[in-house]
Design a protein around this ligand. Structure first.
Ligand code: ADP
Ligand code: MG
Length: 439
């Protein structure tokens, strides 16, 4: 039969266990197949979506090898116990969005993740469990603020595990809840359990959104226990420490804290610069050092926002066919820079800082190098960069510094101080709001 020949062909390029897990489960539906469109039945949505997304072109290629035409490949779900046939599209749309919950963004890998002080613990834990599932830490709990790379890291585990032929379930807590409710209402819990109990890695994103419904938490608790007992690797993320998640049952909290807890902090300036450079490299955006530094200092520590800014810069540059200059970038990012006021001047900043630090404005402008004045000058440079339209070159000229790289160096030092010295940060924030509120 033709499908046996096709399977033999596919066996050549698909590893054995993967083959038996997916291709081996398919049956050929002769009555629904035509030379240019073959229909295969899968026993459950999981296999169906997986095959559809990962193997349909390979399957089409194998048919071509055998009979010369490249057919369209349609995967339908035919549950073994029932006679209902649903198309994958319908399932994708309606049932459980399996595609989304099982498909990983291929660009979220360990390689594309920039490691810095803010995330190195989370990164190494993620990497370690990927290499030694269930041996080192189980579960792993990664938490941190919005846009700091939790989903990226979680999916990087998934992508690496899939590469090692592991069976991965990636799902957000929202999806878990929706699927659970759907299956409860449809009296099809066995399908839900079939999906969630069959995996090597159970990756659950945003558990702070786990429904407060008792039954959902109960099901999550049971899923967790079954998988943990079976020595399956569990990795969870949330926006805060499990202890602080409101509405989460104590028994779940305590389980989440069984293994390793790693947090992701806001990236420091160095890491932000490294992330911008990496994104530019991946997306082939060409911008100079000064612009990279500018974006890193001007934008908050939310990586998603930085990405948005880069996309904007590239889009505008392409559209207007314009070289990316610092002025162009400033112009493009105007909306992002909420605090920026065009009419804030250097003089104003110097006066405010001088007053706050009890020194004279002329001292800040001079070359005096006492600790107090060096400190004041740093604050002025930082605030000038943050609050005015002046480029680093202009700031450098103002203080008769060598060139913009001296300013960039100063900015880096200040960011480090800010990261390590809460009082200094408080003072900077206070000055910043004093200056902006005067406008
Ligand atoms: P979270 O889930 O914590 O809200 P995401 O993982 O969705 O954040 O990250 C937002 C965006 O920022 C993603 O596109 C991700 O690739 C990127 N990102 C975050 N941290 C890093 C990092 N350290 N290196 C590279 N990209 C990162
Ligand atoms: Mg996320």
């Amino acid at each position: 039969m033709i499908f046996d020949l096709v399977k033999n062909e596919l066996k050549k390029s698909i590893p054995d266990d993967e083959f038996s897990r997916y291709i081996g489960q398919l049956t050929y539906s002769e009555e629904e197949s035509y030379p240019d469109c073959v229909c295969l039945n899968a026993p459950n949505p999981y296999v169906a979506t997986w095959v559809q997304t990962k193997y349909s072109s390979k399957i089409a290629g194998a048919f071509q090898e055998i009979n010369g035409t490249v057919p369209q490949v349609v995967i339908k779900i035919k549950y073994p116990q029932a006679r209902t046939v649903i198309s994958v599209d319908e399932v994708l749309q309606k049932e459980i969005k399996t595609a989304k919950s099982t498909l990983l963004n291929p660009s979220y890998t360990f390689e594309s993740f920039v490691i810095g002080r803010s995330n190195d613990l989370a990164f190494s834990v993620a990497k370690a469990v990927c290499e030694n599932p269930d041996i080192l830490y189980n579960p792993v709990f990664i938490y941190g603020g919005v846009g700091l790379g939790k989903t990226h890291l979680l999916q990087a585990i998934g992508n690496a595990a899939v590469k090692n032929n592991k069976h991965v379930i990636y799902s957000t807590c929202d999806q878990f809840t929706n699927e659970f409710i759907f299956h409860i209402n449809n009296h099809s819990m066995e399908r839900f359990r079939e999906k969630y109990r069959y995996c090597d890695f159970f990756l659950i994103d945003d558990v702070q959104f786990l429904s407060t419904r008792e039954s959902t938490q109960e099901e999550f608790f049971n899923t967790f226990n079954d998988l943990h007992n079976d020595k399956k690797q569990i990795v969870l993320t949330a926006d805060k420490n499990p202890k602080l998640i409101a509405g989460l049952e104590e028994r779940l909290k305590s389980r989440f804290m069984w293994g390793m807890i790693a947090d992701i902090q806001r990236p420091d300036l160095e890491t932000k610069i490294a992330i911008i450079k990496k994104k530019c490299e991946i997306d082939q955006i060409k911008i100079g050092e000064e612009i990279v530094n500018y974006i890193a200092t001007i934008l908050e520590e939310n990586v998603r926002e930085i990405e948005g800014a880069l996309i904007r810069i590239r889009a505008y540059a392409n559209m207007l066919n314009q070289a990316v200059t610092i002025d162009f970038v400033k112009d493009t990012l105007k909306d992002y820079i909420k605090e920026k006021r065009e009419n804030i001047t250097m003089e104003e900043i110097i006066t405010t800082v001088a007053k706050e630090l009890n020194c004279r404005p002329s001292e800040i402008r001079s070359k005096v190098r006492t600790k107090q004045i060096v400190n004041a000058r740093r604050m002025v440079i930082f605030l000038a960069h943050k609050l005015t339209q002046n480029s680093m070159r202009v700031i450098a000229e103002y203080f008769e510094m060598k060139d913009h790289s001296a300013v960039s160096h100063a900015l880096r030092t200040i960011s480090q101080i800010i990261a390590n010295d809460a009082d200094f940060k408080l003072q900077i924030d206070k000055l910043s709001s004093k200056i902006t509120s005067a406008h």
